[in-house]
Design a protein around this ligand. Structure first.
Ligand SMILES: N[C@@H](CCC(=O)N[C@@H](CS)C(=O)NCC(=O)O)C(=O)O
Length: 201
């Protein structure tokens, strides 16, 4: 399988999941600004959406949207227990988290990376994120991971919380979240994925 990614972007989440699942994966770096792959191919011809992540299966079939990709990967390696079994209530709980992360957290960060967005507007998005972070703290009190043990939702949440280093809000305000990020970062396969993206030495 092939994962189209951009270093440190939301594609880090499926990258982590593939490594945690022990699945064979090659990675193709994409420059999302000029929409070219590392070999100079037109990325839009590969993924008309133009953004990462994109998973390409060995038979050429492609799957986009991070929350769908991570569940697909988790289901290829059930022994790794990265997602509750399909059809169980816990699977819907996982999807509840994935949707929360994608719509309430991930997409609130996007304006903070926009150089043309006025600082006043950015502050509004930071405040919105702060409210979501308070909810995460409630969930993580007394738990190492969102659902108790590590799941694909943690790969995703870890990835997006990492962006606070560039955009704020400062995670120091939420020691529970900072400890959570440090805990996920210490996982050996998370380190492997981060090294492969050039995020760690
Ligand atoms: N809905 C998509 C959003 C993916 C997304 O926001 N990707 C960003 C990186 S984190 C990107 O490639 N942005 C470049 C662009 O939109 O042109 C998903 O959840 O996978």
């Amino acid at each position: 399988m092939k994962l189209y990614y951009s270093p440190g972007a939301c594609s880090l989440s499926p990258h982590i999941v593939a490594r945690e699942a022990g699945l064979p994966l090659t990675t193709v770096r994409v420059d999302t600004k000029n929409r070219k792959t590392e070999s100079g191919d037109d990325y839009r011809a590969i993924n008309p959406k133009g953004y990462v992540p994109l998973l390409e299966l060995d038979n050429g079939v492609r799957l986009s949207e991070g929350p769908a990709i991570v569940q697909y990967l988790a289901d290829l390696a059930p022994a790794a227990k990265l997602a509750p079994a399909n059809g169980t209530f816990e699977r819907y709980r996982l999807q509840e988290w994935l949707n929360f992360i994608t719509s309430e957290i991930h997409k609130q960060f996007s304006p903070l990376f926009d150089g043309t967005m006025p600082e006043e507007a950015k502050e509004k998005f930071r405040n919105k994120l702060a409210g979501r972070f308070d909810l995460l703290v409630e969930q993580l009190e007394g738990r190492d991971y969102l659902m108790g043990s590590f799941t694909v939702a943690d790969a995703y949440l870890f990835t997006v919380l990492g962006w606070t280093r560039f955009t704020g809000p400062d995670l120091a305000r939420w020691p529970v979240l900072q400890a959570y990020v440090d805990r996920v970062a210490a996982r050996p396969q998370v380190q492997v994925a981060m090294k492969e993206e050039g995020l760690l030495k």
